[in-house]
Design a protein around this ligand. Structure first.
Ligand code: TYD
Length: 222
């Protein structure tokens, strides 16, 4: 199946502001008359959301690390097959909050799992799909964790949020290293005020998609 649409992913540690960034990216395209769909991982289809529940909710039976890894990729395989690929085939702009780079960072660097195994699972789940662009929202771990805690309020921390700061330091370092060696990943300084973060995102989209950026802004339907 040919990919007619555009696949954009957002990555970063907890509290980097990915949800707001997803909205900015979506607005860039929808204001220019393109059809946009937003999703997240783990999740994005009913089955993948069921898997997400298992992954995020702490239970008495601890999740073994290989089980965590394989569940993440099982969810991703469902998401790619039943949501992302059909959206792209229909010519849509698919924007996803986290994708395989999160597995490289969280399971690879955070948990220390076998990188070769991660790449094998990625190949199986992705079936040739690769993001056209990945925005890495980078900020110091302490700032991200503080934002995430403020947002969470009185609700309980999920299974990942219970990890110590060192876990997130390894993840941040891995994301930065991935960005340094992967042209599709562009770093956004997420420690800046919101308006500046949005301006950085806009500049990246403008440079990457000049023809779309040049379209007139307006009220578009469908
Ligand atoms: P979520 O509440 O969406 O976190 P955030 O708002 O920070 O994106 O929960 C997703 C969690 O799952 C997050 O802590 C990162 C983790 N995760 C992985 O460990 N590996 C992965 O491949 C993905 C997609 C997510």
């Amino acid at each position: 199946m040919k990919q007619a649409g555009i696949f954009i992913t957002l990555e970063g540690v907890e509290g980097a502001g990915k949800s707001t960034a997803v909205a900015s990216v979506a607005a860039f395209f929808s204001q220019r008359g393109l059809q946009v769909e937003c999703s997240r991982e783990p999740g994005g289809t009913p089955t993948a959301e069921t898997i997400r529940h298992i992954l995020l909710n702490p239970t008495a039976e601890a999740l073994a690390e290989p089980a965590e890894l394989m569940l993440l990729f099982a969810a991703r395989a469902q998401h790619v097959a039943h949501r992302i690929k059909p959206a792209l085939a229909a010519g849509k702009i698919m924007i996803c909050d986290r994708f395989t780079d999160s597995s490289r960072a969280y399971q690879g660097a955070g948990r220390g799992m076998d990188r070769a195994l991660i790449e094998i699972l990625a190949k199986a789940a992705e079936q040739g799909l690769e993001p056209h662009l990945t925005l890495l929202l980078d900020l110091p771990v302490a700032a991200g964790l503080a934002r995430a805690a403020a947002r969470r309020g009185l609700t309980l921390r999920d299974r990942f949020e219970r990890e110590p700061a060192e876990f997130f330091e390894r993840i941040r370092a891995e994301f930065l290293q991935l960005a340094a060696q992967t042209p599709r990943i562009v770093i956004i300084n997420a420690a800046k005020p919101l308006a500046e973060v949005q301006a950085q995102i806009h500049a990246v989209l403008q440079a990457k998609f000049p023809k779309i950026a040049a379209r007139p802004l307006g009220e578009h339907h469908g």
